[in-house]
Design a binder for this molecule. Structure first.
Ligand SMILES: Cc1cc2nc3c(=O)[nH]c(=O)nc-3n(C[C@H](O)[C@H](O)[C@H](O)COP(=O)(O)OP(=O)(O)OC[C@H]3O[C@@H](n4cnc5c(N)ncnc54)[C@H](O)[C@@H]3O)c2cc1C
Length: 195
């Protein structure tokens, strides 16, 4: 259980790990049993191309939590489980259905309010190999509110997360779209810190 009272975690095999702090990660799995007789591969959601077309089923599109879209650049499949990505996908699917040009690629965006703190993420933090503090002092043990961190794959910015920092987070949208280099991102962070 999270909270001040945590002292240990007991694992399924009965072993016990002493712990001062416990972070609980809760995930979801789409219930696709109603599609079981379609012959579709439902290993991790309904497999789609980069426009939401269901692979193996002509004239059908899927989006949202249950859909596993191929990334337009890399082809890697991913299920996005957030409000903003679902509505972004709706725009892509609607255009694909009527044969219109795809909308310009957008930067994935997620937000959530947790215990009075607005958490915002843009880009793909999951692709990062390293994380660096851009604003605030949260990573160094200071206050979490006002902290912005950047996620880098090698030298390129791939994601940004903000904690109680709504004024700053969107400043990193353009650098993310351009996969800006670390030095450029640091320069922007310094400019934001001393306007
Ligand atoms: C507790 C919780 C907190 C969340 N918090 C956040 C957050 O803070 N920020 C964020 O970005 N995202 C959050 N999410 C995720 C977000 O809610 C989902 O990513 C988003 O709602 C996905 O939209 P969707 O249309 O794919 O699915 P849903 O919103 O789940 O809509 C699917 C609909 O289909 C209906 N349905 C299901 N099966 C059938 C059937 N067989 N026949 C007919 N209808 C059916 C369901 O009743 C539902 O109305 C949260 C999710 C949960 C569960």
């Amino acid at each position: 259980m999270p909270g001040d009272s945590a002292t240990a975690v007991v694992l399924a095999d009965g072993s016990r790990l002493e712990a001062d702090v416990v972070v609980v990660r809760i995930g979801g799995r789409p219930d696709l049993c109603w599609l079981a007789d379609t012959g579709l591969d439902l290993t991790d959601g309904v497999r789609c191309d980069a426009s939401g077309r269901v692979l193996g089923l002509d004239g059908v599109w899927a989006l949202g939590d249950m859909a596993s879209w191929a990334d337009a650049e890399t082809g890697v499949r991913h299920r996005f489980e957030h409000w903003a990505s679902t509505s972004d996908q709706a725009g892509v699917v609607a255009r694909a259905i009527v044969g219109a040009e795809a909308p310009p690629s957008s930067v994935p965006y997620v937000w959530s309010d947790q215990f009075g703190l607005k958490i915002q993420m843009i880009g793909r933090p999951d692709l990062g190999h390293s994380v660096e503090q851009l604003q605030g002092e949260g990573l160094a043990g200071g206050p979490i509110k006002g902290t912005v961190v950047g996620y880098f794959a090698a030298d390129e910015l791939v994601g940004v997360a903000g904690f109680g920092a709504p004024r700053h987070i969107m400043r990193y949208r353009a650098p993310l779209l351009g996969r800006a280099a670390r030095a450029e991102v640091r320069a922007l962070a310094a400019a934001i810190a001393s306007p």
